[in-house]
Design a binder for this molecule. Structure first.
Ligand code: NAP
Ligand code: GDD
Length: 354
């Protein structure tokens, strides 16, 4: 029988890849999209366009995850078999500037989904994926797995941790089938432009095409475990196939600093970067020409930083048979190659990759 999935945050990076994945499996896919994302020229609409809006099994619903009544009536109408709760304010840096709305979207938004399923008496018919995050580990030393202490370092991490506990509580109290996917950083050509990997990939291609202004970055020494979003959405789906609801880390298991990402991205276009100076005076220089390619901007540092994330996804490997296919170098190559093909008019050819 055809399954029906409801994806909140369908206009985001993961929402687009997940929708494509589920449509490919024959699902009817319903997505929640904010009204301001549903119109050009916003990024969200561009991602959905890449999915081809006219797909007969894809239905978009205007709405907001913070609107409890609307969320409840939508779930009642859609009668989904699976809900993937991806909607979030996902920019960690921004969450320091908008802590209250971060909690509203990331925590209360999750509560609205859980409560809707409970109130509608759908506990036994719906399986829920909750987008939890490695940001919840915060200052806990690496490697991090499902049993590691959670010490978040941002309003985003705190809000995600509260949502994680709400999901666990509803699972235990009301028998909801809800899985927390504790996902480490995953990137793609569809990544939002403010995230560091996309920002670097874009700048590198701009340099290739004649850019002269140095790229500005913040903390070069933060270490992240970067994987490819296309691999990770399959893990979300696999969690909901498992016989019991549980929590799973998904990660590549390979961590690098932002500095290394910069070096490898420039190396991809044949530029060797040498670092000179210290602290905010540090610069990334083209070793051949002496040109400054990277400057440090103090404003891009966060009030508190997560220094080192390195995931241990052995539980997901053993229990779900999940393994990522795209390694660090392949991810960088994919992002740069897709960036090279973006037309100058702002439209895009996304989702060819992966
Ligand atoms: P993303 O690209 O920022 O997508 C998030 C989506 O949520 C956006 O489309 C956004 O809509 C939507 N949204 C925000 N506020 C909303 C609201 N009030 N009502 C309805 N929709 C709203 O993030 P992503 O990278 O795809 O991540 C998906 C989920 O996984 C997020 O929950 C994120 O926190 C979590 N996560 C991501 C990673 C990662 O590395 N990517 C790792 C761990 C966890 P607009 O387009 O209108 O802004
Ligand atoms: N965004 C950004 N911009 N980050 C920078 C910059 C810059 O110019 N310069 C250095 N960084 C550093 C940040 O300080 C951080 O340590 C690292 O690059 C990664 O930043 P982001 O790409 O913004 O991602 P994130 O790790 O903060 O959060 C992402 O991953 C989480 C999972 O660990 C987001 O996708 C979250 O939603 C997700 O939960």
């Amino acid at each position: 029988m055809t399954k029906t999935a409801f994806i909140t945050g369908i206009a985001g990076q993961d929402g687009a890849y997940l929708a494509r994945f589920l449509l490919g499996k024959g699902y009817n896919v319903h997505g929640l999209i904010r009204w301001d994302s549903a119109h050009e020229p916003y990024e969200g609409k561009s991602r959905i366009n890449a999915l081809r809006l006219d797909h007969k099994n894809l239905t978009l619903h205007l709405g907001d995850i913070t609107d409890a009544n609307a969320v409840t009536s939508l779930i009642k109408k859609i009668e989904p078999d699976e809900i993937y709760n991806l909607a979030a304010l996902s920019q960690v840096h921004v969450s320091f500037q908008t802590p209250a709305s971060t909690l509203d979207i990331n925590t209360n938004g999750t509560l609205n989904i859980l409560e809707a399923v409970r109130i509608l008496g759908m506990e036994k018919s719906v399986r829920i994926y909750q987008a939890s995050s490695s940001e919840m580990f915060g200052s806990t030393p690496p490697p991090q797995n499902e049993a590691s202490p959670m010490m978040p370092c941002s309003p985003y991490g705190v809000a995600k941790l509260a949502a994680y506990h709400l999901a666990r509580t509803y699972r235990e109290a009301y028998g909801l089938f809800v899985c927390n996917g504790i996902l480490f950083n995953h990137e793609s050509p569809l990544r939002g432009e403010d995230f560091v990997t996309r920002k670097i990939a874009r700048a590198v291609v701009e340099f290739e095409q004649g850019r002269t202004e140095p790229m500005k970055l913040g903390n070069l020494d933060a270490i992240r475990d970067w994987g490819f979003a296309g691999d990770f959405v399959e893990g979300m789906w696999l969690m909901l196939r498992h016989k019991v609801a549980d929590d799973f880390v998904l990660s590549s298991g390979d961590a690098h600093s932002v500095r290394t990402f910069v070096e490898r991205a420039f190396a991809y276009i044949g530029v060797e970067i040498e670092w000179e100076g210290e602290g905010v005076e540090e610069q990334g220089i083209d070793a051949n020409t002496g040109r400054v390619m990277v400057d440090i901007d103090e404003a891009l540092f966060r009030p508190l930083e997560v220094n080192h994330l390195l995931g241990d996804a052995s539980k997901a490997a053993k229990t779900l048979g999940w393994a990522p296919e795209t390694d660090f170098e392949a991810l960088i190559g994919m992002m740069i190659n897709e960036e090279r093909q973006l037309p100058k008019d702002g439209s895009n050819t996304w989702l060819k990759a992966g």
